[in-house]
Design a protein around this ligand. Structure first.
Ligand SMILES: *Cc1c(COP(=O)(O)O)cnc(C)c1O
Length: 441
């Protein structure tokens, strides 16, 4: 790790992640001077001799402790691969994590982490709503292994959460699993409150781990590890990949926790493949640029939507004046509102569908965090397996439309939205603020 630390500073000046994404963890001399790391498209690695093979396996299988400067040798691409190791080193920088692991998908990251850290008899307390795949895994798959999932209301205060935890502790609470902001309502969960509750009720023998799905704002706009979380994970399919052209996941935590999670990854075979890993490294070079640009456009668009006569309400992280508690959480843990906007259109499903069918530049598709803007209807698409009463409790109605804003010109996006409402685009000049936007170009 020493060369990595040296590479991250100049005369004691710490370099920022965006400056290190092109070089960190890779030396051109390793590969004929190639400025970019090659794709190590290989399943296995040749040992120099039998003794080396033995030594590598001893470390990989934990048969002995590593010497102080000894790194795990390359064995087989289900265990490790240089393309993935370089990617994982780079991923640690954004969240300030000790270690990272890359996965074949966000769901691979989530399922492997939960299976690594939970055992029969354990209880997981989770925020609600969570991503559909996660919801299914928590409620349908984990119970088969004797693990119980209990949801907590997005409106629960720290005291209510603590009371709920006190009740469960007898049943071995092992994890608080949080998704914030929630999809598609952008509702925030207080990460520090979760970490405090976990510390209060957990113990050394029976720790309560706080695991955060940081796909929506991270790793540029929210750093859960800084707020007391133990594990942060991502669908790297979204902002990290950022071009709607790959499926991947990532998990970051302390070395001891990552040891358990990586061991489970080895046995489940849920690692990322080298080609996808390489694509992710390319994406990381522009991560901050893309996220900042998209968030800046989203702010302009959200403000424009809020003023539109056919919009009943917006769900956006700088539109929280009506809710001081949410506003306080936003100020404490979010660095930007990000680029996910939901809004209720006047009317119901028919009006929402008419709007979605009219969009031209913005594509009608699920997923998010890519360079192109997307729109979808949560009630009948991403969240359609949730019963209507439960949808209503979560704040999802047939009026709701979710937008993921990309890197197009915001004026062009507003022109598209305006024509989809069936109105002229002349609202643009009134609401579009070129001065506020110019500083980001
Ligand atoms: C997409 C998504 C996932 C699942 O990720 P995949 O890469 O599709 O497996 C998990 N959590 C959130 C918040 C997501 O948006």
């Amino acid at each position: 790790m020493k060369p990595l630390q040296e590479a991250a500073e100049i005369n004691g000046h710490r370099l920022r992640p965006e400056s290190l994404m092109m070089s960190y963890g890779y030396t051109p001399a390793w590969s004929e001077g190639a400025i970019k790391c090659p794709i190590f498209q290989t399943s296995t690695f040749v040992f120099r001799n039998a003794e080396e093979g033995k030594a590598f396996f001893e470390l990989a299988y934990g048969l002995r402790q590593a010497d102080p400067d000894e790194e795990m040798g390359l064995i087989y691409s289900r265990l490790n691969n240089p393309s993935l190791e370089i990617l994982e080193h780079r991923l640690t920088l954004w969240d300030g994590a000790e270690e990272a692991a890359s996965f074949a998908s966000g769901m691979a990251a989530i399922s492997t982490t939960l299976l690594a850290l939970l055992k029969p008899g354990d209880v997981v307390l989770h925020s609600e709503p969570v991503y559909g795949g996660t919801d299914f895994f928590l409620k349908q798959v984990l119970p088969r292994f004797g693990i119980t999932a209990v949801g907590f209301s997005p409106k629960a205060s720290q005291e209510e959460l603590s009371a709920q935890v006190a009740e469960i502790v007898q049943g071995r609470l092992a994890m608080i699993y949080v998704e914030t902001p929630a999809n598609p309502t952008n509702h925030l969960v207080d990460l520090r409150a979760c970490a405090e509750v976990a510390r209060q009720h957990g113990s050394e023998e029976q720790p309560i781990r706080v695991v955060v799905d940081n796909t929506f704002l991270g790793p540029v706009f929210q750093h859960p590890l800084h707020h007391g979380a133990d594990v942060v994970l991502y669908s790297a399919t979204k902002f990290l990949g950022g071009h709607s052209d790959l499926i991947a996941g990532a998990v970051l935590a302390s070395k001891p926790l990552m040891k358990e999670i990586k061991a489970m990854r080895t046995f489940m075979g849920t690692m990322c493949d080298p080609n996808t890993g390489w694509m992710l490294m390319r994406s990381l070079e522009t991560l901050k640029l893309r996220m900042e640009r998209a968030a800046q456009s989203a702010q302009v668009i959200a403000d424009w939507l809020r003023e539109h006569p056919q919009v009943a309400r917006t769900y956006y992280l700088t539109h929280l004046e009506h809710d001081p508690a949410q506003q306080a959480i936003y100020e404490q843990q979010c660095l930007s509102p990000g680029s996910m906007i939901s809004f209720d259109i006047e009317g119901g499903e028919a009006e929402a569908f008419q709007f979605l069918n009219r969009l031209k530049l913005i594509k009608l598709a699920v997923s998010l965090g890519g360079t192109e803007s997307l729109a979808e209807h949560p009630a009948t698409m991403t969240h359609s397996d949730i019963m209507p009463e439960v949808q209503r409790e979560m704040g999802i109605s047939s009026q709701m439309i979710r937008l993921s804003i990309g890197v197009e010109d915001p004026q062009d996006l507003i022109a598209d939205l305006a024509q989809a409402f069936g109105t002229e685009a002349d609202g643009i000049t009134a609401s579009y603020q070129p001065d506020a936007y110019a500083m980001y170009i």
